[in-house]
Structures are given as C-alpha cells and as structure tokens.
Design a protein around this ligand. Structure first.
Ligand code: K7E
Ligand code: CUA
Length: 676
C-alpha cells in the first residue's frame, strides 16, 4: 500500500549516510508552512511542494540527503576527481551534490582556461608529445587529445594527502601531473617504451613513485613491423614503469625512474601494495595466449584468441628489490633505465600467479592483506592473500615456469576465498569494515561482500551480503577514499556507461551516468543520477574535502608552471615595451579594467613576446586576454603570470579584449594590436 506524502512527513524515514529523517523534519516543515512562494510557481510548505512536484516520500529523502543549499559548499564532504575519458581532461565534482566544480585541462586544449591557446601550456602540450615514439603524425604541432583513464591522488602512509594527482592517457601512453594547489597541469610526460597504457596507474604508498604500465605490448626497437605479429612472443614486450616523484614539486625525477620489462601478455589493471604489502605492485593481464587477431586472414578475432586459456597471469613485482638492482643491472632504452626480463626473474623481482581468464580489476584491500580480482567472464571475485603469496615465494611453491622462465605461483596456495557476485564483475573498492564492493557490468549492479580475517571469520567471511541495481552497464565504482588505507564508507559512485532512459533526450549520443549510492543504511540505495555530458569517465577517486588545501590567490607574479614568481612578471608601474630590431617584448599588467600598455605598435614580421601579469590581489578577479584571428586566448587568475610568443605576420588592426566579465567596465577592457 502506498504511503501518502503527508504520512511520510509525519512519520519517520531512516536512512543511510547516517541520517535519520522524521519527527524533526516533520515539525520543521509544518512550522514553516507560511505559504512562501517563489518563481517556480510552487507555494506552501514542504509538504505541498513535494506533493505539487509529485515527489514520493523516498524521493524526498533522497533529495534531502544530497542537497547542498545555496551558500553551503561545506556540505559537500568529498571531492571526486574523475577521469574525463576521451575528452582528455579531469572533472572535479562534489559529493553528495554531484555538481561539477571544474573541468581541468590536462591533455586537451581547454579554451576557458587558456590551456593550449597561446600561453605556456602550448609548450606543455608540445613537450608531452615528442619525448618518445617520435613527433606527432597528426596535422597538429602536438597531440591535442587523450583518453584519460586512471587518476591517482598522491598519498602519504597510504592516505590521500591532497598534493598532486597523476592521470594517464590511454591512447598514447602518457602521464600528466596536476598540482592540487591550483588544479592545473604542470607536466605531461610521454613515457618511453609505452605506446598505450590502461589501468596501470597508481602511486606507491608514500608517492615514492607514480606507476604506469603498458596496455598493448610495445614492438621492441629495430624489429620489423611487417612480420612482428608472427613473431609476437619475441618482439613485443610490456613495461612496468616507476616514475620517481620529486616530493617538493610532484614532478617526475627521470634520473631515478626505471622500468621492469614484462612478457607481452597485455597487462591491464594494476594496484599498489600498501601497509603489509608495501613495496610490491600487482598487475593483471588478459591475453597470456598472446592472440593477435587476423579475422580477415582466416584467424580467430582477438576476443576469441585471448579467451582460449582458463587462466591468465597476475604479475607480482617487488619494486623495492628492483630499486636496489636498477643501478647495476639495467639497460637504457630510449633514455629510460630498464631491468630486463631475465634479470627481473633472476633477482626475484617478478613472479606470476594464475588468475581466472580475462580478469579486469585487481584491487588491494585497505590493510594491504588481500587482492580482489574480478573475472569479467567469471561470476566470481577471487580473493588472494598477500601473506600466502609471500609464503609461496619463500617456499618456491611454483606450479611451473612460463615460457619466459618466470615462476608461476601455485594457484591453490595463494587464493584464500572466492565469492560468487554475479555477471561481469570488473572493479572492487572497500569500506572500513571489511566489505568489498564490486561492479557488475553485465548485470548492471553493485555487489557487496565480506573479506576474511581480520575482518570476518568462519561462515561470515567471503559472503555476498547485498546487491543494488544501477543504470546501466557499470564500469568502475568508487567508495569514499575506498582504495586507500583509510576508507570512509558513506557513499559509492557507480560510473555507468549507458544511460538510455535516465535523462531527457539529447540526441543519439547519450551521456554517461554517475549514480550516487548511499552506503549508510542496511541496504545500498541509489540516491541520484548525474549525466556526464562531456566524455566517458573511467576511474574516479574521492577525497575528503578537508584534505584539499587549494590556493585562492597566487603570490604576485606566479608562473603556474613553476609555481614560483617569474622574473618577467611586472608589478604596477613596471609596464614597458622593449624593442631590439624585430624582437619586441611587451611587459603588460592586467587589472580591472585595463591592459597596460593597451596599444601595441608592431611591424610585420616582428617576433613578439607578451609577458602578462594579472596584478589583482582579490580572489576570483580573473581576466582573459584574447587576440582575434591569432588563436590566442589566455586566462589569468589573480597574481598569475604567463607568456605568449608569436610572429606578427599579418598586417592589420586587431582588437585585443578581456574574455572574462570581470567588472562593470569589462567591455571597456580592450586594446589595439597594430601590425603595419
Ligand atoms: Cu575498467 Cu579504463 Cu579502469 Cu574503464 S577501465 S571500466
Ligand atoms: Cu578583465 Cu573583463
């Protein structure tokens, strides 16, 4: 029998996120029944509004759990940093509101941030294109798109510390670093020996390293591409890359970085050990068959070939050991120190463990003791024990060696439990109480299960305890800080690939659908749907809002690329134009509501450098700077310095202007560039 809305308000609804709604709400709402009305045309108290909008009691509770009222930003307890998929960017959103706070330009030009339109970010994008694999073959000067997949927030003791975030480019084997003080990209690194990368991105427990590995194996230097697929096992290799992190700047210290050579099994998702498993990393692979396709050449397609064996291999890498031997036993390939496969085996750096065929996620539990592997084609989550792995390694409990001589640990010796969760399991995250949450792609659901000791024992361990449907085709999921040593529980976000009927129609390309799921109650409950209208996000990490220490102003004259005052920045009164032959340097200040100088007199062919400094000291007093027909659009936050280089090769009069509506006289914030 349906509960009327009035009964709901008077009665009591309990729910999750630890909220109890009932008497108090009923009283407050009734007491406020003063007939206030707004432009929506809705009048009366909360009961009447709920009734007029046709909201069920459950929907009212869902809304109350997620609403962030005007002026109460602190009610978003968490930030999520989401990959922007093939937009190449990062999305920043609030939880539980699920409102988008920012799109961060990472690998793709982002005009509103002036990213890739004439300021130094152009250089950043170009630098991220040429260090490996040769220059871009596209018409652009640089690769101007990417497929961002896996963000990795920096960690201290296995907890997010809110300093940096790393993210990979699935398409081109690159990795970027974003500084969380200003949420801007500082470095893009085109990783040598990686043509593409997928799920192998994470940081080690204290951000000693940012890790990125190959997806599709790379053709080794000098091998003939034409015959390479016939000799696949010999001429292709995977690489596990450890990029040492400079703790001050978050940048990669390439002199201390290295790779471990891997067999060409198509390494996929990966995770870092933590606490008891600190010092180790774990990578799945899904094509130990080394199938290469050829469906028009009379061979099975890759999807069939890669699923022939019952088992694939988890790669178990001891990076602390690798760190010790890299100085003496590595070779340099394309500028990167590489520990060859045979050395990795000899030194006890690399082991394999069988895993049910075509695995997807491998996710380390908060205590570091378990690894949950989800099987894609297998309805189970297979739970490995790190302790058992160590014991098997020590006892040389190997079932065989693979064709490259890598020891394969005995499956039965390292698996501690299996849980049947449902169809198409992909990724697992955790709460603080020993539960795993696994996304079920084929079933469009999230399954919740229990881990073993020390969390659950006897019958209670390795049990499916709850399941909630999601809409639809979930890929990753994310519990709050759920891949760290300190999961926060509370909410889960389902990253759904399909949305069909969940949003108003916007044409034939549907948005992805983020669903917020409440973890606070007896059973999981979906609270909201959020369309992501700009990309297909893959992984998301959720960090407690109070861990973010973002700046609201730059110190005067800061160059965001260095985060230091730039020698070419100006203070008020230092504005000038310096000419030396056809070299022209302009030192311009930018403030409400003028550019100074506001007239640039140039000769055709002049080589021009504009040094722009926003001299504002008021938060949010951002200005833009655009030159028509020159593809120049920069954004200058208060205190920010940037630089633009170009050749004034077109005669004419060009009206420069500010692109941010910064003041009442914003339209007057303009100037002239005269090229004669
Ligand atoms: Cu499963 Cu790129 Cu992490 Cu997508 S990957 S789902
Ligand atoms: Cu500055 Cu508009």
């Amino acid at each position: 029998m349906a509960v009327t809305r009035r009964e709901f308000i008077a009665g009591s609804a309990t729910g999750a996120a630890g909220l109890v709604v009932g008497g108090v709400l009923g009283k407050t709402l009734s007491d406020e029944g003063d007939g206030a009305s707004g432009p929506s045309g809705l009048t009366g108290d909360a009961n009447s509004v709920a009734e007029a909008r046709g909201l069920s009691p459950a929907e009212v509770v869902q809304a109350l759990k997620t609403v962030v009222p005007p002026g109460r930003p602190d009610m978003d307890e968490f930030y999520i940093l989401s990959s922007g998929g093939h937009s190449g960017q990062i999305l920043v959103m609030g939880v539980p509101s699920m409102k988008i706070k920012k799109v961060v330009g990472v690998f793709t030009p982002e005009p509103w941030q002036g990213f890739g339109f004439g300021n130094e970010s152009d250089g950043l994008l170009a630098e991220g294109t040429t260090s490996a694999g040769g220059p871009s073959t596209s018409a652009h000067r640089y690769l101007s798109w990417a497929d961002t997949h896996h963000p990795a927030i920096s960690e201290t003791e296995g907890e997010y510390d809110g300093r940096f975030v790393y993210i990979n480019d699935r398409a081109n084997g690159r990795i970027a670093m974003v500084d969380m003080r200003d949420f801007k990209t500082k470095q893009i690194y085109d990783v040598p020996n990686l043509q593409s990368s997928h799920g192998g991105v994470f940081v080690t427990q204290n951000t000693e390293y940012a890790h990125i590995s190959t997806k599709t194996p790379t053709l080794i230097e000098g091998a003939d591409p034409a015959t390479s697929l016939e000799n696949f096992a010999d001429v292709y290799r995977g690489y596990s890359t450890f990029l040492a992190v400079d703790q001050e700047t978050g940048r990669f210290d390439l002199a201390r970085s290295f790779q471990v050579e891997l067999p060409p099994y198509t390494q996929d998702l990966a995770d870092s050990g933590k606490l008891v498993s600190h010092g180790w990393v774990f990578l799945n692979s899904y094509n130990s068959e080394m199938a290469t396709g050829g469906n028009l050449e009379g061979k099975p397609p890759i999807e069939v070939g890669a699923s022939a064996n019952d088992f694939d291999y988890m790669h178990i890498i001891n990076w602390q050991k690798a760190e010790q031997v890299v100085g003496s036993r590595s070779v340099v390939i394309n500028g990167m120190r590489v520990i060859p496969l045979d050395v990795a085996v000899e030194e006890g750096i690399l082991f394999l463990a069988p895993e049910p065929r075509s695995p997807h996620g491998v996710d380390v539990s908060p205590d570091g003791g378990y690894l949950c592997v989800a099987g894609k084609l297998d309805p189970y989550v297979t739970i490995y024990s790190f302790e058992k792995m160590l014991a098997a390694i020590e006892a040389q409990d190997f079932e065989k060696r693979d064709q490259y001589g890598i020891p394969v640990l005995n499956y039965d010796s390292v698996v501690s439990g299996r849980v049947e969760v449902g169809a198409g399991p992909l990724h697992t995250q955790y709460d603080a109480d020993g539960h795993g949450y696994t996304s079920l792609f084929l079933e469009s659901a999230v399954a919740k299960f229990t881990l073993g000791e020390p969390y659950f024992s006897g019958d209670q361990a390795y049990k499916l305890v709850d399941k909630v449907p999601v809409h639809y085709n979930i890929g990753h999921l994310c519990t709050m800080e759920g891949d760290t040593t300190k999961p926060q529980g509370k909410y889960l976000i389902a990253l759904n690939k399909w949305s069909i009927d969940r949003h108003s129609p916007v044409g034939t390309l549907n948005p992805q659908n983020f669903q917020l799921v409440d973890l606070g109650g007896e059973v999981m409950e979906v609270l909201s749907d959020t369309p992501i209208g700009m990309a297909e996000p893959h992984y998301v990490q959720a960090i407690r809002a109070d861990r973010i220490k973002a700046w609201d102003l730059y110190p005067p004259g800061t160059n965001p690329l260095t985060m230091q005052p730039d020698p070419n920045a100006v203070a008020q009164g230092e504005e000038r134009i310096e000419r030396d032959g056809n070299r022209v340097e302009v030192f311009m200040s930018v403030t409400r509501s003028q550019f100074k100088p506001d007239i640039l007199r140039l000769n055709q062919g002049d080589q021009v450098t504009l040094h722009l400094t926003n001299i504002e000291t008021t938060p949010d007093a951002t200005h833009g700077f655009a030159i028509p027909r020159h593809n120049v659009s920069v954004s200058l936050d208060p205190g920010e310095y940037t630089r633009i280089d170009f050749v004034a090769d077109v005669q004419g009069s060009f009206a420069m202007y500010c692109t941010e509506f910064c003041s009442a006289l914003h339209l007057e914030m303009q100037g002239w560039m005269l090229v004669a």
